[in-house]
Write a protein that binds this ligand. Sequence first.
Ligand code: LMR
Length: 396
Amino acid sequence: MFQNVEAAPPDAILGLVEAFKKDTNPAKINLSVGVFQDATGQTPIPKVVTEAEKRLLESETNKAYKPITGDPEFGRLVQQLMFGESHEIVTSGRAATAHTPGGTGALRVAADYINKVHSGSAIWLSDPTWANHAPVFKAAGLDIKSYPYLDRQNNCLDFQAMLEAMQNVPARDVVMLHGCCHNPTGVDPNVEQWAQVAKLLAERGALPLIDFAYQGFADGIDEDAAGLRELANHCYEILVCSSFSKNFGLYNERTGAFTIVASDQPTAANVISQVKACIRANYSNPPAHGGAIVKIVLSDPDLKAAWINEVADMRNRINDMRTLLVDTLKSKGVEQDFSFITSQRGMFSFSGLTKDQVDKLKNEYAIYIVGSGRINVAGITEQNIDTLCDAIAAVL
Ligand code: LMR
C-alpha cells in the first residue's frame, strides 16, 4: 500500500525549522517560526511558569482524565482574560470554553464544529493570513474564501477593501479576524475599525471567529483585547480560539482554548455540547499540564501581576529589535524605506522581501524567513543584527 505514496511538501513554517536544524553554517539565523527568543537567542521558560510547575508538582494527586472541555476553572479564567473580570459575557454564563491542545487545536475544533453543525457555511480568511489557517479549515471540509487585508504599497491596512468584501459575506458564513498582532503582517485595525467591522458582520448575519494567539504582544493584556471587546458590543454570537504558546511560553505544552459566546446560557450549553462531541471524536479530552499552569498563574494575583510584567518584557524586547533592524539597515546604506516595521505589532514583521530574496537569504546566507517575507523579529539579537542586515542589503 505504501509503495506509491509520494512525499508531501514540507510545511511552510515548521519545514523551515527542520531545514534550519540541518544547516551546518555556523552563522545561520532562524527568523521563521513564531517562537520568542531572548537577547541570547534562547527561548526562556517564564519564571511564573516554573513557579506554577513547582506548585503543581507538590499539589497534584492524580493523572486521571480531565473533562472533555478541560477544567471549568481554567475556562472561567480564560474568559476573564479575554473580556475582563466582571464582563456580562463572563457573569451571565452565555460563554463556554473548552481547553484545547494549543491554538491550532482550538482552530481545528472550531472547524469541526462549523462543519458538523453549520454545514454549508464557508470560512473567510484575510489575505494574507497564517500559512496553516487554510489547511486546518480545509482538512475539516470547509470552503475557504478570502477578503483583502493589506495595502502592500503602503504597508498598512486596506480597510476600505476589507469592508467592501465583507459587505458580500453571505449570512451564516464565518469570518476570521486576528484578535491582535495579525499574523503575518503585524497590521491591526484600530478600535473604531473593529466597531465598523462588528456592525457590518452583525448586519450581514455572519459569525465572527477570532484567532487570539498573541494577547499581550501588541500593547498589553487588556489593551490587546480591545478589538474583541468592541466586537462583543455588536455581535452576540462569537467564536474565539486562544493560544497560550506565546504569552505563557508554553509552546510544547500545547495549551489553548476554544470559546463560544451565545445569546444566552441555555443556547451556550447546547452549542458546547456539540463542541464536546467534536472533541470526543478527535482527541477525547485535553492534555492537562499547560492548562493547570495557566490556571495557577491567573488565579493568584501576585503570579498574575508577575506574568503581566514578563509579557511586557517580551513585548519590549521585540519592539527594541524592530527599531534596531530599521536603524541598522539604514546605517548600512539601504535606501528602501523600512520604517513601517516599527509600527507593526506583535512578533512578526511583514518585511516586503520577495520570494526570490527570501530564497537567496536562505540559500546563500543561511538566514531562514517564511516565504511570504515574514520575519520573526524576536529572533533578532545584537549578536546577529549585523550579519542579518548585511545579507538583506546584499539581496536587495
Ligand atoms: C507561527 O506562525 O510561526 C506560529 O504560529 C507557529 C506555527 O505553528 O506556525
